[in-house]
Design a protein around this ligand. Structure first.
Ligand code: CP
Ligand code: NVA
Length: 302
């Protein structure tokens, strides 16, 4: 059987996304019909960048499925001494049954996947964060009972998280509106492709107030992603009015929920008041990373 990778949400059809979300909800509810389905298997966790949620949720999730997580850092592999990604992928495919990768360049994950004979899961790259988008959609489903037509307003940087949300909106019918300063929107090609292929309504605006108006969900992420620290000063100025605060939240529906993939820079893209307020679902969202990743591993790892 050929392996299937999960490098972007685009690797899954609308039906596969829905099946994964339904399974994630069942797993969260304690469905253990498939007790330890991955017993005897090993899954690599390769991280070029720091992580709290992705690393720990995968490690624990892999353990709960009966498999062994193997944490790998580039500095400790021969990769750090010049062994190619291809040779690393071919070698590790002989030991492991799946690989989770957090990389600076999306191209590294694509290159690894091209040479690997095991499924490769993107645990965040500069362009995509598909595991995050699955957990986000699950959280919206939990809170709103549906995805189709739910207005999700993403306020902030059109980064990896935003790109994956664009793709999942196209596959789920989420009514997705993104407000970013000019020049900081999501990937233009991805946006076009998702608009053309999907069922979701995806809109790009400049004004965060316009996006927040009547929203069911307000979502934000850091203004400066890992690896882009050099842009911090410039972005702090350009993004000032893109903060999710009580004033912006008042424009959304009264039962709107607030999401953030975390980690948050409190006081920058989100205020303490909102993040710790009654409409915040950020820690449920963080928890859902593990349930969705378990569903994904059950589906992909053989
Ligand atoms: N949301 C997320 O991916 O968090 P970590 O960087 O802590 O893994
Ligand atoms: N956009 C952020 C997400 C962190 C989970 C980053 O890439 O740093």
């Amino acid at each position: 059987m050929t392996k299937k990778d999960f490098l972007t949400i685009g690797d899954m059809s609308a039906e596969e996304v829905r099946t994964l979300l339904d399974r994630s909800i069942a797993l969260k509810a304690g469905d253990d019909a498939m007790k330890c389905p991955l017993i005897g298997k090993s899954v690599g966790l390769f991280f070029e960048k720091p992580s709290t949620r992705t690393r720990v949720s995968f490690e624990v999730g892999i353990y709960q499925l009966g498999a062994q997580p193997v944490y790998l850092s580039p500095k400790e592999l021969q990769l750090g001494r010049g062994e190619t990604i291809g040779d690393t992928a071919r070698t590790l495919s002989r030991y492991l049954h799946g690989m989770v990768m957090r990389v600076y360049s999306h191209r590294s994950a694509v290159e690894f996947a091209r040479h690997a004979t095991i499924p490769v899961i993107n645990g965040l790259s500069d362009l995509h964060h598909p595991c995050q988008a699955l957990a986000d959609a699950m959280t919206v489903l939990e809170y709103k009972g549906r995805l189709e037509g739910v207005r999700v307003a993403y306020i902030g940087d059109g980064n990896n998280v935003a790109n994956s949300l664009v793709e999942i909106a196209a596959r789920t019918g989420i009514d997705f509106v993104i407000a970013s300063p000019s020049g900081y929107g999501p990937d233009a090609a991805l946006l076009e492709k998702s608009r053309a292929a999907g069922t979701g309504n995806i809109t790009l605006v400049d004004d965060p107030r316009e996006a927040a108006e009547n929203a069911d969900v307000l979502y934000t992420d850091v203004w400066v992603s890992m690896g882009q620290e050099g842009e911090a000063e410039e972005k702090a100025k350009k993004f000032r009015s893109y903060q999710i605060n009580a004033e912006l939240l008042r424009l959304a529906k009264s039962d709107a929920v607030v999401l953030h993939c975390l980690p948050a820079i409190r006081g920058q893209e989100i205020t303490d008041e909102v993040m710790d307020g009654p409409q915040s679902a950020v820690f449920d969202q963080a928890e859902n990373r593990m349930h969705t990743e378990k569903a994904l591993l059950e589906y992909l790892v053989r």
